[in-house]
Write a protein of this length. Structure first.
Length: 393
């Protein structure tokens, strides 16, 4: 009896491990993760009898799939609030609220090739490959913005980025005035829906970079630097993680702010890596099949509880590897105002792992760890240059 119980326990552990190691496999392509439910995604598959493309919504938890609509000319877009899915066919755009509920609009272009839905869900920007238009969903009115292609909303609809006639990455601001962001060739770009940043890839296929468009000078920040060609990548819904694939095999997850990375998989011939809401799953495709893998443990492996942000950066001379001492703050006992650090309350040392102009990210240096926890608002002290800052997250 005891042997049977032990066998059952081992079998259960083995089953759990199998589920955590082996991905979910579904026949299909073009996975688009829900922006509302971490267990849901939209994908396409060809019907066995008709040969037509069918777009379905699948729920991992419930293991159910329902047909939403049939083939269209444009890859669908899921709204930021998760309440609707937008797609286009020739000169029409369809907005699906459910399989049985949709609303259609007539577009100004004869054949649409690119669409994007605004952060607030009230407008659609689209292109026929030559000109860019804006559709107001409240009035149904179409307006021409200018020449260009691949438009996308950014920074809570404060701007629209696109490629102009010369294929320079450009933007329409909130007043619909056009400006060129860079004349360098950009071959792949992901705009942040809720902030004024973009992640992109240029002619250097071994790197993935970031632009902070709030800066007056668009300084390239290298997020990923590999010795191999990066063939495909995307950004997580919360804009904190980047997932990419190397030409010679390998699927990697990168934390964008700190540039820390971890290898998820060593596989050749995969493409279209994506991350679900809440960073619960990652997906990739191979030979007309979608593979879905839970990545919660990979996220935990970054040990974010040991990583801190300090408001000192390259402008102060900080470089990767710099050691920063941490002390408890000292306050004026009468006013409560912070007046410096308490030299008698040393908490430990932070080692710089990533540097930006005005701040850096640091990891706890275990060699100098004390029994006092490093906390937000502690004083960061760069002894070499006698510079003080503040610890944040």
């Amino acid at each position: 009896m005891i042997k049977k119980i032990i066998f059952l326990i081992i079998a259960c552990i083995f089953y759990v491990n199998l589920n955590s190691v082996y991905p979910i496999i579904i026949k299909g392509n073009h996975i688009i993760w829900s922006t509302e439910d971490e267990n849901e995604f939209l994908y396409s598959v060809y019907g066995k009898s008709t040969g037509k493309k069918i777009w379905k919504i699948y729920n991992i938890k419930e293991k159910t799939g329902i047909t939403l609509f049939y083939d269209t000319g444009v890859v669908p877009v899921w709204s930021f609030d998760g309440k609707k899915i937008v797609t286009a066919r020739k000169d029409k755009v369809d907005i699906y609220f459910s399989p049985d509920s949709k609303k259609s609009y007539t577009l100004a272009a004869d054949e649409v090739v690119d669409i994007d839905l605004s952060y607030n869900g009230k407008k659609i920007v689209y292109s026929d490959g030559t000109e860019i238009y804006l559709l107001d969903l409240e009035t149904g009115e179409n307006s021409l913005l200018g020449k260009g292609k691949k438009p996308a909303f950014i920074n809570k609809d404060k701007a629209i980025i696109f490629f102009n006639e010369e294929f320079f990455l450009s933007a329409f601001d909130k007043n619909l005035q056009m400006k060129v962001i860079t004349t360098n060739f950009i071959k792949n770009v992901f705009p942040f829906k809720t902030s004024n940043k973009i992640v992109f890839q240029d002619t250097d296929s071994s790197k993935i970079k970031l632009f902070d468009l709030d800066l007056n000078v668009y300084k390239e920040i290298i997020i990923v630097d590999e010795n191999d060609e990066i063939i495909d990548f995307s950004v997580s819904p919360d804009n904190n993680f980047l997932i990419y694939i190397l030409k010679n095999g390998g699927l990697y997850l990168v934390h964008i702010p700190t540039h820390l990375k971890i290898k998820i998989l060593n596989e050749y011939g995969i493409f279209t890596p994506k991350i679900s809401k809440n960073n619960k799953y990652c997906s990739y495709e191979k030979e007309n099949q979608i593979y879905i893998k839970e990545i919660s443990n990979y996220i935990k492996a970054f040990n974010f509880d040991k990583i801190f942000k300090v408001n000192m950066g390259a402008s102060q001379g900080i470089t990767i590897g710099t050691s920063i001492e941490v002390y408890e703050e000292r306050k004026n006992p009468f006013t409560g105002e912070v007046i410096g650090m308490d030299v008698n309350k040393f908490k430990g040392v932070l080692k710089v792992i990533t540097v930006y102009d005005s701040y850096c990210y640091c990891k706890i240096d275990e060699e100098f760890k004390t029994d006092k926890s490093i906390e937000i608002n502690d004083i960061a002290y760069w002894k070499e240059k006698n510079v003080m800052g503040v610890v944040t997250r």
